[in-house]
Write a protein that binds this ligand. Structure first.
Ligand code: ADP
Ligand code: ZN
Ligand code: MG
Length: 629
């Protein structure tokens, strides 16, 4: 296994979806409570001791005799309390008044007046329940059934009820988590460009007064983890305006038309709080070129994209709305999005260079207690190709490691260990390997290291280890001493030979028949590298041209690229060139390892004892590197 400078592998924390507490759940609880209450009431009604029933004639007698203390009239029911506190009930026609009835039955006015008469026009809750429950319960049961079915169709994250709402998170003005440009290290050109946006948002009138046309859309482009989302929030914070944050994938739902409705809702909300920023993260999820998709959700995507275009054309920029968007795939965006009047400002965020890496590390070290002698510059040197997110991850891992070691402050060692953990996954010291396997891994890694060392065009070896890490049995870490943007053919050839160094060393030490599966990922990456050299970089006998069109389509979540723009005959020639490059690389590795067999054995012996060798120890063992001829 060879590890060069790289990126990726860092886990980005996603913000959790604010719409998780589903409305269906709330409804279910409500209905459940209703049913329980109903049942309790109906049983109460059944169990209550029933008072005696009297007819109206008897009641009239009792009234005349002065035995009645009070009467409560409720619809057609009369609840009578007698002077001796006994309770009885009587019925009347509901449309006739109690007093009129009594008078008809010959009760004197003064007797009637002595009664404490209360009239309840509204039926009480329990009476209502006893009438309604038999009707409502079955309906409820059916309703709940339907809801359950809807829920199971949509899975946990039901959004049936929040259909056309954008669901954008809003960060208000003066938010306490407000970010500013000071929270974003490096990227000074990008900040300069975005300063214009900030000034406009602060005082739109100033610009409108002089007839300046304000950009509507700003597209942030750059590889994952370079701080696009961070930068957008910093712009909002710097201008101190509200910030509406939504991710492209949130527009696309199972219901057709939701995406477009959400876009409308989002812009409507934003217009109410202008000046503000609308931020559409990962816009490539909806903004891919129209007509290129094959999947079913593709119409939906188009509608959403069209709605974004309509909304962007529709608002008057002088009210102070700026639409920002971020993508790491500007190449797949629909050209309509990039046209003037839409996302015509484009700001690129690149992987940080060494100075920027140091600055990013400083930001993420600020909240952590560090040892005095910690050397962030050295850490920046060790991390070419790392994105801002990777570096944030490194500092966080270092803090975790510090706590686990029961230390109070983070030192160089914790950070350097974390770099490898972020690159390769955690060490797996506990994995049991037998002596032969260990020796095989040692030869394999020593082979890589020695070939890289002897070919000066390759990056220098930083570390060799035969401790398992992630999927790798052992690893050789090589890293450029400075940031490189361009890669020469000579460097590719050296890299190819080096990545076959492990395989060749195994053959040298144990014979052709005892080569192990340990080399499989090396062979794969070597083959890919050789293929890129031939088809993308013009570094083969086939000359300076590219082969294959990387027009991309997404089908069922998989990428289908490779549109052939060459003949079957050329395809064979490409295969032959790839094979030739690899055969040559193997021969180079063989020459190096045969010539330095004694050094190889010495290196293996040292590795078996120490398990890991740092650059200094390694170079002391194998001597100085040859100079580039
Ligand atoms: P992107 O949106 O480009 O994928 P993010 O903005 O989500 O990347 O960055 C992820 C994290 O990486 C940020 O929250 C921040 O902690 C860190 N980060 C990235 N770039 C920088 C930077 N230039 N300065 C400080 N921190 C950064
Ligand atoms: Zn290997
Ligand atoms: Mg992002």
């Amino acid at each position: 296994m060879v590890m060069g400078s790289r990126h990726g592998g860092a886990l980005l924390l996603m913000e959790s979806n604010p719409m998780k507490s589903s409305p269906v759940k709330g409804l279910l609880i409500f209905f459940g409570v209703l049913i329980v209450v109903g049942i309790i009431f109906s049983t109460l009604n059944l169990n209550a001791a029933k008072p005696a029933t009297v007819d109206l004639g008897t009641l009239a007698h009792q009234v005349t005799a002065g035995q009645v203390k009070s009467v409560a009239v409720k619809d057609s029911t009369l609840t009578v309390t007698l002077s001796d506190k006994k309770v009885e009930v009587a019925s009347k026609e509901s449309n006739e008044s109690f007093t009129a009835l009594m008078k008809n039955l010959g009760v004197a006015d003064d007797k009637l007046a002595a009664i404490d008469l209360t009239v309840q026009t509204q039926s009480s809750f329990s009476a209502w329940m006893s009438v309604m429950l038999p009707i409502v319960l079955p309906i409820l049961a059916i309703g709940i059934l339907v809801l359950f079915m809807m829920r199971s169709v949509q899975g946990q994250n039901s959004r049936a009820m929040s259909f056309g709402q954008s669901g954008a998170r809003e960060y208000g003005k003066n938010d306490k988590n407000r970010l500013t440009f000071a929270d974003v290290a490096g990227s000074s050109e990008a900040k300069e460009e975005l300063m214009e946006v900030v000034e406009f948002l602060k005082s739109p009138k100033k610009f409108v007064a002089v007839g300046a046309k304000i950009p509507k859309g700003v597209l942030l482009m750059g590889p994952p983890g370079t701080g696009k989302t961070l930068m957008a929030r910093a712009v909002a914070g710097e201008a101190n305006v509200p910030f509406f944050h939504i991710s492209g994938s949130e527009f696309v739902e199972m219901f057709v038309g939701v995406g477009a409705a959400r876009v409308r809702d989002l812009f409507a909300r934003a217009k109410k709080s202008a000046p503000c920023i609308i931020f559409i993260d990962e816009i490539d999820a909806v903004g891919r070129q129209r007509g290129a998709g094959l999947g079913g959700s593709h119409d939906e995507r188009e509608q959403t994209l069209n709605q974004i275009l309509v909304e962007m054309d529709g608002f008057d920029p002088s009210i102070g709305i700026i639409v920002m968007a971020a993508t790491n795939r500007p190449d797949v965006l629909d050209p309509a999005l990039l046209r003037p009047g839409r996302f015509d400002r484009r700001v690129t965020l690149d992987l940080p260079d060494i100075n920027e890496r140091e600055a990013i590390l400083k930001i993420h070290a600020a909240s952590k207690p560090l040892e005095k002698d910690i050397n962030l510059r050295k850490i920046a040197e060790r991390t070419p190709g790392f994105s801002g997110a990777d570096l944030a991850n490194v500092m966080n891992e270092a803090a975790i490691l510090t706590a686990r070691r029961n230390k109070k402050t983070t030192g160089n060692d914790e950070v350097l260990t974390s770099i490898e953990k972020v690159m390769l996954g955690p060490e797996r010291r506990s994995r049991v390997i037998n002596d032969l396997e260990k020796k095989t891994i040692a030869y394999h890694e020593a082979g890589h290291a020695l070939v890289f060392h002897e070919l000066p065009e390759a990056d220098p070896v930083q570390k060799i280890s035969i401790i398992a890490r992630g999927h790798a049995g052992g690893y050789t870490l090589k890293m450029p001493t400075e940031d490189k943007r361009l890669h020469s053919k000579a460097a590719f050839l050296a890299d190819l030979a080096g990545s076959l160094g492990g395989y060749v060393a195994e053959v040298e030490a144990f014979g052709e028949d005892n080569v192990t599966t340990g080399a499989s990922s090396d062979l794969r990456s070597a083959t890919q590298m050789a293929r890129h050299m031939v088809t993308d970089f013009g570094m083969s006998k086939l000359g300076p041209r590219t082969f294959g069109n990387k027009e991309e389509m997404i089908f069922l979540g998989r990428q289908i690229n490779e549109e052939r723009d060459y003949s079957e005959h050329t395809a064979q020639a490409i295969d032959a060139e790839v094979t030739r490059l690899i055969t040559d690389a193997r021969a180079t590795a063989e020459v190096v390892l045969k010539k330095n067999r004694a050094t190889l054995d010495k290196l293996v012996a040292e590795l078996l004892v120490k398990e890991t060798l740092e650059r200094e120890e390694f170079e002391k063992l194998v001597g100085p590197r040859p100079k580039i001829a």
